[in-house]
Ligand binder design. Structure first.
Ligand code: SAM
Length: 256
């Protein structure tokens, strides 16, 4: 039976990769590398670099594939994501059938860790449930952008004994600061921190973490908000794309 390894490769620094991930890369007969268009070419470049550095097995090969683009017009968010996943599942199924022989191992190299705001696991499961191509799969964890953010700012993720909410820009106002003392925000295309009016809130922001273009800014939200907006806009213009994540926090250790 075919087998799939879903490998977390870290969030941008090729040195994020774990020994377990290197061993998994070297178990694979075929390494699948997603491409997401010219603007995000650097993300595919990191994956190629990882293969070049760590794959020592001479007989494996890489197969690049274009990730289908999500359509949003005339669909609700849920419809749009469901349709998108179905289209990626069809792509995966075709890849497994075409590129992997029976009993071979294929690897998907996933940015950060596959369990965090990534759908590779659920899409692979979707293909498996369809049952047309029987296969098993395993997941190998990786360093997330969240860990990279905290490490670059040299901060712990949580305040002592307090919870953390991981959310998206779209939903930030529902949770911070009323419901949680710490919110981590990913996938924020609208810079939702702009809408937070709290003189005690602090922000730890990072873009292109782990890469040579990494930028980090931290401070009281009302004091650094404009600097982050300006820096983000300039970087996005210069690079043609941006990936950023931030942590918002209110209060201190032992303050209740
Ligand atoms: C689809 S999610 C994937 C998250 C990934 N699985 C992880 O473990 O970090 C993409 C989001 O992760 C964050 N992200 C991933 N890598 C990043 C990096 N190197 N620097 C800043 N943010 C990053 C951004 O918020 C981006 O919008």
């Amino acid at each position: 039976m075919r087998h799939i390894l879903i490998i977390g490769i870290g969030a941008g620094n090729p040195e994020h990769i774990t020994v377990q991930a290197i061993n998994a890369l070297n178990r694979a007969d075929v390494l699948f590398i997603p491409t997401k268009g010219a603007k995000k070419a650097e993300l595919s470049e990191v994956r190629r670099d990882i293969c070049a550095r760590y794959v020592t097995r001479p007989d494996s090969r890489t197969v690049e594939f274009a990730v289908p683009v999500r359509r949003t017009e005339g669909r609700s968010y849920t419809e749009s994501v469901d349709e998108w996943h179905a289209s990626i599942a069809a792509t995966y199924e075709e890849l497994l059938e075409r590129e992997l022989l029976e009993a071979q191992i294929g690897a998907f190299l996933v940015w950060g860790d596959p369990m965090l705001y990534d759908s590779t696991i659920r899409i692979v499961e979707r293909v498996r449930m369809r049952g047309r191509i029987p296969f098993g799969f395993d997941v190998i964890p990786g360093i997330t952008s969240l860990q990279a953010l905290c490490a670059s700012h040299r901060i712990p993720l949580n305040l002592v004994g307090k919870p953390v909410e991981i959310t998206t820009g779209r939903r930030l106002v529902e949770s911070f600061p009323e419901k949680t003392a710490t919110a981590v925000v990913m996938l924020d295309g609208e810079q939702a921190f702009r809408k937070i009016e709290d003189p005690e809130a602090e922000i730890y922001w990072g873009a292109y973490l782990g890469t040579s273009d990494e930028i980090v800014i931290s401070g009281r939200l009302d004091e650094v908000k404009d600097e982050i907006l300006r820096t983000r806009a300039e970087a996005r213009e210069r690079m043609g794309w941006i990936m950023d994540v931030y942590l918002l926090r209110r209060g201190a250790d032992f303050d209740d």
